[in-house]
Design a protein around this ligand. Structure first.
Ligand code: AMP
Ligand code: MG
Length: 480
């Protein structure tokens, strides 16, 4: 007999007009085998381990109440508008969680869909491990993100440059609604469908907007606010998403679609990791500007809803979009204050923070380890801390710190909870994946354990804090 595992689906997305999805059946795996399972996430979803078989986690067997669909969406990919949709992902349904939440449960790599556009719909093991490690690290860092419930091997090969082991990722998100979902609706030019989508997004993510004079303006306000906060968090931890196409930007404000993403080692705003990003469109320093550009694309889709008169609608959109820069700067500066242990606000704080970044760039400083060294005085300081540019900056910082009334202990605590002692280091993630591909899962488990508590400053983290050799440039490859 099948165990129910605790699935409690209520699938509202598929009550949207049928143009928004295609019904699909996930491909059956030849020999599904669970290689990663996130038991704490499962528990928070109300799922019991004994029902989470490899067959279910890989999509080979549908849990009770699942109604798999591929979501339709469009998107600007590197600036070019394209009709897309889930080409290798499926939404199984929406799980009602014990704490009263609603969570999208989705497969990635479960076979071709109506939107695969010639792609195979499959995923290789390496990138699915990578998404599992990085998304769970983001969660532990306190950055809104989709999450990873499980990785299963399918038993099938996947043809890339060579034949790789196929895998399926089971992931969750507060929803997979994207800016691109709205672009899809707008491109179809059916205003009733667009309105239904907007009402749906409001109900799921911004319920307070429903009662506003102009709910659609409040939806725009909400998305701008959450994205400003999200991108500030990315910048403050050195996260580079790598493919900030509008189809990879959520309405909920969560990070999704981990492809060629990576964390900064050396601090340099020009850092690009993605092998497909030849012109650096999505480099670290461009992320706030790109978010703003993507939000303008979102606002454009809402024009028919913002006001009856197009000119008036444009004025509303422009007024709200203009706030993004200020919102982002404010979130970022608050985060930098926390990283520097500044518990009150002074007018020169922004200059102080930016001066440190300048010294870091010139010193080719490791982003995470710089803030770690500022936080943990027991740690051996990096060599460049002895040089005049940093010493000058530190004098200013210490003077600024001593002006605030807060106790040393409170300052130290703020810094410890704002500056991670570990992040997923690219070279370590790659080494762990390479071992797992050979059947040795110990490095992946060790990495996941350490990344689950990134502000611990514990001795067992030490081996994971080593920066990569800067002479070896790091690149990640998308869509593999
Ligand atoms: P991404 O930017 O990686 O999120 O993906 C961009 C688009 O390509 C999305 O519509 C994906 O569903 C689709 N896609 C990526 N890889 C594949 C694949 N192997 N087969 C089919 N579609 C894919
Ligand atoms: Mg995507």
């Amino acid at each position: 007999m099948k165990t129910s595992a605790g699935w409690k689906f209520d699938n509202t997305y598929r009550r949207l007009p049928e143009a928004f999805f295609a019904e699909e059946i996930p491909e059956e795996s030849a020999a599904p085998e669970t290689v990663l399972l996130n038991l704490s996430l499962a528990a928070s979803l109300g799922l019991q381990e004994d029902g989470l078989t490899a067959a279910v986690l890989s999509g080979s067997e549908l849990p009770e109440g699942a109604e798999p669909i591929a979501e339709a969406y469009a998107g600007h990919q590197f600036g070019n508008f394209t009709m897309l949709g889930d080409g290798r992902a499926l939404l199984l349904g929406e799980q009602l969680t014990p704490d009263g939440g609603r969570v999208d449960i989705g497969l990635k790599g479960s076979g071709p869909t109506a939107f695969s556009r010639g792609g195979d719909g499959l995923a290789a093991l390496g990138p699915m491990i990578r998404e599992y490690i990085i998304s769970e690290a983001m969660q532990a860092l306190g950055i809104p993100t989709s999450r990873s419930l499980a990785v299963t091997l399918t038993g099938h090969g996947v043809q890339r440059e060579s034949v790789l082991q196929g895998a399926v990722l089971l992931r969750t998100a507060s929803s997979f609604l994207r800016v691109g979902t709205f672009q899809y609706a707008a491109a179809r030019q059916v205003d009733e469908d667009l309105k239904e989508l907007a009402d749906y997004a409001i109900a799921r993510h911004y319920p307070e907007a429903a009662a506003a004079d102009n709910p659609y303006e409040q939806l725009l306000v909400g998305v701008i606010g959450r994205q400003a906060s999200l991108i500030a968090k990315w910048q403050l931890t050195g996260f580079v998403h790598g493919v900030m196409n509008t189809d990879n930007m959520t309405i909920s404000g969560e990070t999704i679609d981990y492809g060629p993403c990576a964390f900064l080692d050396v601090y340099d705003p020009d850092t690009v990791f993605s092998s497909i990003d030849r012109h650096g469109r999505y480099k670290y320093g461009n992320q706030p500007g790109i978010a703003s550009w993507n939000l303008a694309r979102f606002a454009e889709t809402l024009l028919p809803l913002l006001a009856d008169d197009r000119e008036a609608a444009i004025r509303i959109a422009e007024r709200q979009l203009a706030r993004f820069g200020t919102l982002f700067e404010r979130e970022w500066l608050q985060g930098m204050r926390a990283k520097l242990g500044l518990l009150d606000e002074q007018p020169d704080d922004e200059a102080l923070a930016k001066e440190l970044l300048l010294v870091m760039k010139e010193s080719q400083a490791d982003f995470t380890n710089t803030f770690r060294a500022l936080t943990d005085s027991a740690m051996e300081p990096p060599a460049w801390f002895a040089l005049p540019p940093f010493r000058e900056w530190r004098n200013k910082w210490e003077a600024r710190r001593s002006q605030q009334p807060a106790a040393e202990e409170a300052i130290r605590n703020r810094m410890r909870t704002s500056n991670p002692s570990v992040i997923p280091r690219n070279h370590q993630v790659e080494a762990a994946i390479a071992a797992a591909e050979q059947g040795d899962w110990q490095p992946v488990h060790a990495l996941n354990r350490v990344l689950a508590d990134p502000y611990a400053y514990s001795a067992d983290q030490e081996p994971f804090t080593a920066a990569a050799d800067p002479s070896v440039p790091y690149r990640t490859y998308c869509g593999t």
